[in-house]
Design a protein around this ligand. Structure first.
Ligand code: BGP
Length: 458
């Protein structure tokens, strides 16, 4: 078993929209709305209304935290639950009490509570007016964040502004996987830029107004490091381009307060620059987050462009082709490549390009279908998940031993939860959740994590 230092933290990440269910929720998120109009887009027609029901059962579910001995717990506040009138920013008292009581249950266990403000869940009413394409959304999100700080600052340990803004943008505005299913590079850049302005404004407000508190603020970014097919210069160029677009763009904005010159030139040359103001650009320069939260699931493999480009439509893949590495291992249920070494490369990237800024892995995990077939002696023997965790931790430990500034590792996720369009197809939890009976039980991986945490503290 890999041994980590005493102060290295093990935790879990969850999100409001994937765990709470829709009881007493007054507003619809875009996901809620999409499920209502197109339920056939969701596996088994199960929507976000039907989750592991934290709204009613959080107390029961959280008991498993004690069994595992977890040290960090991240979830999100749903904008559409806390706020009744999105434009007038009217608070829903029931939701306020729900979150307060829920958070208290975590804090009484002396677990570090990280609360995120946006997990793919923009209110539907805002989408009707352009969603994140409309700058008014920046202002409204800022108001929502202020309300959250006022209500929960005393109980929350650390805040996160957004979960995976780039993944949210890609799904909704680039690949068209999620409603509103738009496929437009330029619009996706505007949406991403606006979300990042909102992030910066919220961080600046927090830093200016909560100076005397010890609480921290972060952002959760998805990093999918890009790898070239070969050492051929054109393959390398394609991969460098992709890294510039999807990895450095995010890290540069958040940690350096600006995009690279190279990326700006590319955006200008291709008429992709978003609408921006000087005031907005200044927001990026003011304050920095306290640490980075990075989600790592899979690498991104590319090669030089060999297929035909579609005329008159520039997309990221106009500049490279996807490449399938023949030696790859894939999680067949999710279709994602399993490449634990990626974590090591991320650690070195942060070390070398970003001055070894402090960070943690805030999501990593493996979703598997039909886990019931692995049940032995009434417990799901998810050895594949234990191997997955171990392999990633091995690489992470190597990076830390070589000086990486990573202080924690959180798994996606605590308990089997609702997974966007895959609904309950793939299960990620350390705790299993039976959708029919609502019963829960620890999986072998949950027991394994407990051992890992215990061994560290010896
Ligand atoms: C991350 C999201 C999580 C979670 C996870 C697993 O990108 O932040 O919300 O869903 O991916 O992905 P999926 O549920 O699509 O299998």
């Amino acid at each position: 078993m890999i041994k980590f230092a005493k102060d290295f933290l093990f935790g879990v990440s969850l999100s409001g929209p994937q765990t709470e269910g829709d009881k007493n929720k007054k507003n619809q998120s875009v996901m809620d709305y999409w499920f209502k109009i197109q339920p056939e887009d969701f596996y088994d027609r199960i929507g976000p209304n039907y989750t592991c029901d934290f709204y009613n059962n959080y107390k029961e579910h959280l008991k498993w935290l004690d069994v595992i001995g977890l040290e960090v717990y991240r979830t999100s506040i749903q904008w559409t639950r806390l706020i009744d009138d999105i434009y007038k920013c009217k608070i829903n008292d029931d939701a306020k009490n729900f979150y307060l009581n829920y958070f208290k249950e975590i804090k009484k266990r002396k677990i570090k509570l990280v609360v995120n403000l946006h997990h793919f869940d923009i209110p539907k009413i805002l989408l009707d007016n352009g969603g994140w394409e409309n700058k008014e959304t920046i202002y409204l999100f800022f108001q929502f964040a202020k309300i959250c700080f006022e209500l929960f600052e005393d109980i929350v340990d650390e805040w996160a502004t957004f979960n995976e803004p780039l993944a949210d943008v890609d799904s909704k505005y680039l690949y068209g996987w999620h409603y509103p299913k738009i496929k437009n590079f330029k619009r996706s850049i505007q949406v991403f830029y606006n979300m990042m302005v909102a992030h910066a404004k919220v961080v600046n407000y927090y830093k200016d107004n909560f100076k005397n508190k010890h609480n921290k603020i972060t952002i959760i970014l998805n990093v999918t490091p890009s790898y070239p097919r070969s050492n051929d210069i054109d393959d390398i160029k394609a991969s460098d381009f992709n890294n510039m677009l999807i990895t450095y763009s995010q890290l540069d904005l958040v940690l350096k307060g600006e995009l690279s010159k190279e990326l700006i030139v590319f955006l200008k040359e291709n008429n992709l620059l978003p609408e921006y103001t000087k005031l907005e650009l200044n927001e990026f320069k003011k304050h920095k987050i306290d640490y980075l939260s990075l989600n790592y699931y899979q690498p991104f493999r590319v090669m030089k462009k060999e297929s035909k480009t579609i005329k008159n439509q520039i997309m990221p893949w106009s500049f490279y082709d996807h490449y399938e590495w023949p030696d790859r291992r894939v999680n067949p249920y999710r279709g994602w490549e399993i490449y634990p070494e990626g974590i090591y490369d991320i650690a070195n990237l942060i070390k070398e390009k970003y001055n070894n800024f402090p960070w943690m892995i805030s999501e990593n995990g493996m979703g598997v279908q039909d886990e019931d077939r692995f049940r032995k002696d009434n417990i799901i023997n998810d050895d594949y998940r234990i191997d997955f965790i171990n392999e990633h931790l091995d690489w992470l430990k190597k990076a830390i031993d070589e000086g990486a500034n990573c202080f924690g590792y959180s798994l996606w996720t605590f308990i089997d939860c609702w997974s966007w369009t895959n609904a309950y197809k793939n299960r990620y939890g350390l705790i299993e959740y039976d959708l029919d009976t609502q019963k829960t039980n620890i999986k072998k991986s949950g027991l394994y994590l407990k051992e890992l945490i215990d061994s560290k503290n010896k």
